[in-house]
Write a protein that binds this ligand. Structure first.
Ligand code: SF4
Length: 65
């Protein structure tokens, strides 16, 4: 399972960072998402990443096999 971010859809709200800070960060220049760890390293990390995908107001995040 892999996290995919579409930066064009990102509105820089930061919900993903709040939900899964080990997986996501925000770019210092424009606040858009940076994926720090595209492949979650544990079930807990994956669960937080999935929560972030569901919370994203820009629908910028998805999971791919
Ligand atoms: S939650 Fe979505 S819109 Fe907000 S910063 Fe993260 S990827 Fe961007």
């Amino acid at each position: 399972m892999r996290i995919v971010a579409d930066v064009q859809q990102c509105v820089g709200s930061g919900q993903c960072v709040l939900a899964a800070p080990e997986t996501f960060d925000q770019n210092d220049s424009d606040g858009t998402v940076d994926v720090l760890r595209p492949v979650p390293g544990s079930d807990e990390e994956l669960a937080r990443a999935k929560e972030a995908v569901g919370l994203c107001p820009g629908r910028a995040l998805s999971l791919a096999d």
